[in-house]
Ligand binder design. Structure first.
Ligand code: NAP
Length: 361
């Protein structure tokens, strides 16, 4: 935990989980149960599960047991009368758009994993270590939408998170012009049951619906500049060419990235910039934040998905094989845990940042 110069809650914040029975919902439960700042008081899912004990409605698929306190909760409909102050949303995007707005309208804070609101101009798309100042959009969101207490804050697509955490220090130090990103994405990224086993065993699928478009657009918002005067985020001027692939790993998205920089950088200078990166939420004492957030490895064959995905309890990213690129300037490999850093853990850190900054009193 960090050195605690931010605020912390006097009592645990009461939270609900929308889509609690799914792959990301289960991660929320696992991570929140161990988090001193939160208490799970409501779980909600689809009509299929409503009215059942969580332990009966959900097929628990994580290797740690489902917490006993949550097993006995009754699954509620995703309606804004849940017994909690904040909701974490792990709903499918098609459902999330309308449901999340209804919760925010009713005064709930909504921390969402879904893509539905990520690119709305008045909704923060947040990685606390990268663009904490974008939380300034909340005042604009409330004014535009007539919400007095509620809000929506989103976290990025799971393959965007690892890429942007690695690109941020390089962009700040050397200026980023273009990036070519190839992903090797784990099966858990498709939810459960996800890709049929006969489609993915002995195979790589070179297409993930909607994924490349997110990797083109989301980094520009995340690395963009919040203008309070204009009431918007001015997108970064970077061109990204992604290719997204589904591979037969369980958790952890591996990505190879080549970058073109505005100012030349040696490998040693890039390593120094990545190693010098400091985590604001860690400094503020957020329980889920880790230092270092970016782990740089020297071994020629790291990071590897199975070995490195749990680094920093799944909240750190690992960067390796930093070397000159024969076409652009530099190239490297990035690994991040898709359901922790890239989903539930990222959303929880967003909520912690807001608490530490006194935005959730
Ligand atoms: P999932 O395993 O399919 O779970 C979906 C959840 O939503 C279940 O709890 C399901 O409840 C509930 N649900 C489905 N339709 C609903 C409806 N009409 N009304 C209310 N609840 C409904 O999906 P997932 O992988 O956890 O993904 C959840 C969200 O997180 C998606 O938007 C996804 O894009 C995003 N995300 C996922 C990852 C990842 O690595 N998996 C990473 C980042 C973001 P029932 O069990 O009752 O059907």
């Amino acid at each position: 935990m960090g050195s605690s110069i931010g605020q912390s809650p006097e009592r645990p914040v009461r939270v609900g989980i929308l889509g609690a029975t799914g792959a990301v919902g289960q991660r929320f439960i696992q991570l929140l149960e161990a988090n001193p700042w939160f208490e799970i008081t409501a779980v909600a899912a689809s009509e299929r599960s409503v009215g059942q004990r969580y332990g009966d409605a959900c097929t628990w698929r994580l290797s740690v047991d489902c917490p006993a306190t949550v097993r006995d909760l009754i699954v509620q409909p995703c309606e804004p009368d849940l017994d909690c102050e904040l909701v974490f949303s792990a709903l499918p995007s098609a459902t999330a758009r309308e449901v999340e707005e209804r919760f925010a309208d009713a005064g709930y804070g909504v921390l969402s994993n879904a893509s539905a609101h990520r690119m709305d101009p008045d909704v923060p798309l947040l990685i606390p270590e990268v663009n904490a100042d974008h939380l300034g959009l909340i005042a604009i969101q409330r004014e535009r939408r007539g919400w007095d207490k509620g809000f929506i804050v989103t976290d990025p697509n799971c393959s965007t998170v690892g890429a942007v955490l690695a690109l941020k220090p390089l962009h700040d130090a050397f200026g980023l012009r273009r990036a070519v990103i190839t992903t090797m994405q784990a099966l858990s990224g498709a939810g459960y049951p996800g890709v049929p086993s006969l489609d993915i065993l002995d195979n790589v699928i070179p297409y993930i619906a909607g994924e490349e478009d997110k990797l083109v657009k989301e980094p520009l918002k995340l690395l963009g500049t919040f203008s309070a005067r204009e009431g918007r985020v001015i997108p970064a001027d970077i061109r990204i060419s992604p290719a997204c692939n589904r591979v037969a790993t369980r958790d952890g998205h591996l990505e190879t990235i080549s970058v073109e920089l505005e100012r030349p950088a040696t490998v040693a200078e890039a390593v120094e910039a990545l190693r010098a990166f400091r985590s604001l939420p860690y400094e503020l004492g957020c329980p889920s934040a880790v230092e270092p957030t970016i782990i740089v490895r020297e071994e020629v064959d790291r990071p590897q998905t199975r070995i490195d995905r749990d680094a920093g309890h799944g909240m750190a990213i690992t960067v390796g094989r930093i070397r000159p690129c024969e076409v652009l300037d530099l190239k490297f490999v990035v690994l991040s845990h898709n359901t922790i850093r890239g989903a539930a853990g990222g959303s929880i850190l967003n909520a912690e940042l807001m608490i530490a900054r006194g935005m959730l009193s």
